[in-house]
Write a protein that binds this ligand. Structure first.
Ligand code: GAL
Length: 326
């Protein structure tokens, strides 16, 4: 009897854990059973709920429009589709094949508005600007406001960072100059001031503050093809930044992925920093996959372990990696 109860309990626990697996590179079904469309994405946390925004490249989208989808979760493994929060028709007359990429949403506590930044461009990527959209609710329909070049600079890939004091930063790739970390204005509708320009050509930029050090990561400029992503550290956002080093064995090209964000999950027992990357499939973008793994981080070192299925307890912050997959 005892054994049976124990066994049943064990089985239930195993089923539960299996259902919460995060599986790098796999199809990631949402609550409807459809592969999550949140490519080049970002996450904002409200209370205990995470909202994941990203490029929605569903096959049946209108090819003239660009879409951003929003999902929500409390465990970072199960995602509920909320809305195609952006369904936009070429607001700047950029022509066929215009792009709206890497959407990132910031919540402004003062104005109570949700402010989305995205990379807006034409087919040849020469418009090189950010688009700003706003909404009164996190997963409502976002309204297009404007586009501009942050601080007058070219801007292609963007990233977002919220510091521990709540300050919001836009990371942007400026081809002639490098990797900018720039502070948003108090209403988040503008990019106010460069906090640092790292003179490195890196995109897919992401930042995290972990145990007193800032870690920046980025990929090299190879379009949809993966490359060895790199990281540097600094005691403050303004620098000085260390040399950039590989985050994974360079021959793996970041295990076929490209950085989009680092997400810090601080629990009661541990703080896990998740590397969020995209495994792009340029000829079948709707099927592009995600590579999320807990980073080995601390003491100025950052390392992306080989992809394997893993679980995360968002309450304790403890991540458990299974035996290497595939
Ligand atoms: C990548 C970038 C993607 C997309 C792609 C287009 O470098 O990270 O977001 O812009 O280029 O080739």
């Amino acid at each position: 009897m005892w054994t049976r109860t124990f066994l049943l309990f064990g089985l239930a626990a195993a089923t539960c854990a299996a259902a919460s697996l995060i599986r790098p590179g796999a199809v990631w079904p949402d609550n409807r059973g459809e592969h999550i469309q949140a490519h080049g994405g970002g996450i904002v946390k409200l209370g205990a709920t995470y909202y994941w925004f990203g490029e929605d490249r569903s096959r049946n989208n209108d090819p003239e429009k660009r879409y951003v989808a929003c999902y929500r979760s409390t465990d970072l493994a199960h995602w509920e589709f909320r809305n195609q929060v952006v369904k936009l028709a070429d607001p700047e007359n950029l022509g066929p094949h215009w792009v709206l990429e890497r959407p990132k949403v910031f919540y402004n506590r003062r104005t109570k508005k949700f402010v989305m930044y995205a990379h807006i461009d034409g087919r040849g990527y020469s418009f090189a600007s950010v688009a700003v959209l706003t909404c009164d609710t996190v997963d409502g329909d976002y309204r297009y406001l404007k586009s501009f070049r942050p601080l007058g600079h070219e801007s292609r890939d963007i990233g977002q960072f919220i510091d521990d004091d709540g300050s919001a930063y836009l990371i942007f790739e400026d081809r002639p100059n490098g990797f900018h970390i720039a502070k948003l204005s108090s209403d988040y509708l503008n990019v106010e001031k460069d906090v640092c320009l790292i003179r490195q050509h890196l995109e897919g930029g992401a930042l995290v503050h972990y145990h007193g050090l800032y870690y920046a990561i980025g990929s090299q400029l190879t379009g949809w093809r993966p490359n060895p992503n790199r990281y540097a550290t600094a005691p403050s956002l303004a620098g000085p930044w260390s040399e950039f080093r590989d985050i994974a064995p360079p021959e793996t090209n970041t295990y076929g992925s490209q950085s989009t964000m680092m997400l810090k999950v601080a629990g009661t027992k541990a703080t896990t920093v998740i590397f969020m990357g995209d495994i792009w499939k340029p000829a079948a973008q709707w099927d592009s996959r995600y590579l999320w793994m807990p980073l080995e981080i601390g003491g100025g070192k950052l390392w992306l372990p080989a992809p394997a299925d893993w679980t995360l307890d968002v309450k304790t912050g403890v991540a458990a990696v299974r035996a290497a997959s595939k």
